[in-house]
Design a protein around this ligand. Structure first.
Ligand code: AHR
Length: 659
């Protein structure tokens, strides 16, 4: 029965808490029994989930600085503006001209719009604002390029300016000739570092100048690739050593309607021929409208496979199964219309793995990668559920399994981790002998803490689990007030000990979403935050990193699993001959502990990685990007009883060398 809390009971409570706190904390005994190591586990189980949400691709990982470079946004001049008289110093008239969006004789059929600048006086000028400004670094090179078709003008001048209008870089495209489209480029080197520069273009002669694919792109990309990825962001991903990369999402796979679903074939080949479409997060949330959110697909499936390879991670593409998002239009392709979708899946396998003599393998080779990308798994649908889904899955599975039995298929279990439709989807997947079931949990920190033993009793012989999207939500699912703080991160860490201990059932796990642009986000929380010049990992990122950097090949029995705020897991890394023990102390007190090793002989030392803060509200920020970050130390391990002190609110990983 509910009893109101009175002042007296509060007093008694605080007295007893004070007495209790005065007692020396008891030594926790952590027993690790390696006499009979458990099941084999996947050393690539902790991976990443990438989705173009929160301006994660254009304006993020894909570092094009010009917004709407191809004039294909629904409002074709989005991002572009004429220089108006009030923007010029007093007394100077704006140069005369007009901006005209045209579709006659375009650059190509998938990029039908282009810009015609009609200059009626020399020096006609217009500018692009970038993705919430353009971040440029002093002394770094930026490749300014465009496809040009000139009917008179001989050159196109460009300036980079800071917000005060000061010119910090110049460049010029010139020597225009012929009547067709030709690509021109030059490199601009700014003299200042500015997060919000703008690119202004000047037509120096009277006449019409047609332009498309107007681009300003850093030369210094990850691995210095043209059309490459943003270096600091890839570095953060690289440092995680993720086991796999899920791509391209997320709901973006489905589209709000089928017409805007993710179609991988429109994201490969020459970038000028990739079809720009609206991003489904553009108008998803009334409270965070993003009318300028489109997908250029400059980061498409080729760049994705290349990224996974660079990170040493397995690719895990998720494909549309003939269903738009069930939260939005819930549109479904009729079974008779499904061939195209199934063919897309078969062709993607060819694009990734096929010989260079196959049509799609040939394109991969032409794009620069004759060797296969070693695709081993494919997701059929994202977060779907219900009989319509099962019907479509069966058609996909029949086609894929007969032609590519080597490819494991990932299926969805709906949007939530329990109840309906989760239960009925699992029943179906057991009957269908599905390979991997994708579970999603966007739940409270408490849910994570109370579900650390969720998988202890899962059927060892049933379908395997892919914990495909999860993140502790401090205020509520996708709530604007959510935080990425130590409280959410330590709860995820505790939960991940349960994933690891059950690594024979849970084959893969990924936090979601991965990236968020500080000035253009839709969804919180996220693992990594960035602006136009900087990026930092949240405490949740560091938990992912610590787990992914400390995977093993075999589970080792450990106790206690989850008791009094202490959560543990142990794995053996047979590659390096180390026993890896993870311990989470989710209490405010330091916990003395003894790690008692059985059935295994330590060979002298251990490395220790600790993430700890007594302040559960601690967050990393642009000003203090590593307020919470892993600390490293070493420990002498002279006997099979290792005495340690678990810091208040801490995740500690002991890598103990063993004989
Ligand atoms: O991670 C954000 C979204 O959450 C994903 O796009 C979707 O799959 C889930 O609902």
């Amino acid at each position: 029965m509910f009893k109101p809390i009175t002042a007296v009971s509060l007093l008694l409570l605080s007295v007893s808490t004070a007495l209790f706190a005065a007692e020396p904390p008891k030594t926790a005994v952590i027993s690790v029994d390696a006499t009979h190591p458990g099941a084999s586990i996947s050393p690539s189980m902790f991976g990443i989930f990438f989705e173009d949400i929160n301006f994660g691709a254009d304006g993020g990982l894909y570092p094009e600085l010009v917004k709407n470079r191809s004039f294909e946004f629904s409002e074709a001049l989005t991002g572009w503006h004429e220089v108006l008289s009030y923007e010029l110093p007093k007394g100077i008239d704006p140069p005369k001209g007009e901006l005209d969006i045209r579709t006659d004789s375009p650059l190509n059929a998938t990029n039908p719009h282009y810009l015609r600048a009609h200059a009626t006086a020399p020096g006609y000028a217009f500018y692009n604002v970038g993705y919430r400004g353009m971040g440029v670094t002093s002394g770094a090179g930026y490749r300014f390029s465009a496809y040009i078709r000139s009917k008179g003008p001989k050159s196109l001048r460009a300036t980079l300016t800071d917000p005060s209008g000061k010119v910090i870089g110049t460049g010029k495209l010139e020597g225009f000739m012929g009547s067709g489209w030709t690509r021109y480029e030059t490199v601009i080197t700014p003299t200042a570092t500015v997060p919000d520069a703008r690119l202004t273009l000047y037509v120096d002669d009277i006449g019409d100048l047609d332009m498309d694919m107007v681009s300003l792109f850093p030369v210094d990309t990850w691995k210095n690739r043209p059309n490459g990825l943003r270096k600091d962001l890839v570095q953060l991903l690289y440092d995680m050593h993720p086991g796999f990369v899920r791509f391209p999402g997320g709901c973006i796979v489905e589209g709000r309607q089928l017409i805007t679903r993710y179609r991988w074939k429109t994201t490969v080949g020459d970038i000028s021929e990739r079809k720009t479409i609206i991003n489904r997060w553009n108008d998803e949330f009334d409270y965070r409208p993003a009318p300028d959110y489109f997908q250029s697909f400059g980061l498409g499936f080729y760049e994705y496979f290349q990224l996974a390879e660079d990170l040493g991670a397995k690719p895990l593409p998720i494909l549309n199964c003939g269903m738009a998002c069930q939260f939005n239009s819930s549109e479904t392709a009729a079974l008779g219309q499904l061939d195209e979708y199934v063919q897309d899946a078969l062709d993607l396998i060819d694009f990734a793995n096929g010989p260079v003599t196959s049509p799609w393998g040939k394109l991969r080779a032409q794009m620069g990668h004759p060797a296969p990308f070693h695709l081993e798994m494919l997701g059929v649908g994202n977060e779907q559920w219900g009989p319509r889904y099962v019907e479509r899955y069966k058609i996909f599975a029949a086609a894929l399994k007969s032609k590519h039995p080597e490819i494991k298929l990932v299926v969805a279990a709906g949007p939530a981790p329990s109840g309906e439709p989760f239960e009925s989807m699992w029943k179906t997947w057991r009957e269908q002998h599905a390979d991997l079931v994708d579970e999603h949990y966007y739940m409270s920190p408490d849910w994570f803490l109370t579900n650390t033993q969720r998988y202890d009793h899962y059927d060892r012989n049933g379908p395997k689990v892919f914990a495909g999207e999860y993140a502790a939500q401090s205020a509520g699912q996708a709530n604007q007030d959510n935080h990425n703080n130590w409280q959410t991160a330590i709860a995820e860490a505790a939960f991940m000990t349960g994933l690891e201990r059950n690594g024979d059932v849970v084959r893969m796990a990924s936090y979601a979403p991965l990236l968020a642009n500080k000035n253009a986000w839709q969804w919180k929380p996220d693992a990594i935050w960035f602006d136009n010049l900087h990026a930092y990992g949240t405490p949740d990122y560091y938990v992912q990193k610590v787990f992914a950097n400390n995977t093993g090949t075999r589970v080792v029995p450990i106790t206690p699993l989850a008791s009094d705020g202490l959560f543990t897991s142990a794995v053996l890394d047979e590659r390096t001959h180390e026993l890896i023990v993870k311990a989470i102390n989710n209490t405010a007190s330091e916990r003395p502990a003894e790690i008692r090793l059985q059935g295994i002989a330590p060979s002298g030392n251990a490395t220790v990685t600790t993430l700890a803060s007594p302040d559960l509200k601690l967050e990393n920020t642009f000003e203090q990007p590593t307020a919470l970050a892993p600390e490293s130390s070493t420990l002498d391990v002279k006997s099979s009883t290792v005495e340690v002190h678990l810091r208040p609110y801490s995740l500690t990983v002991y890598r103990i060398a063993v004989r």
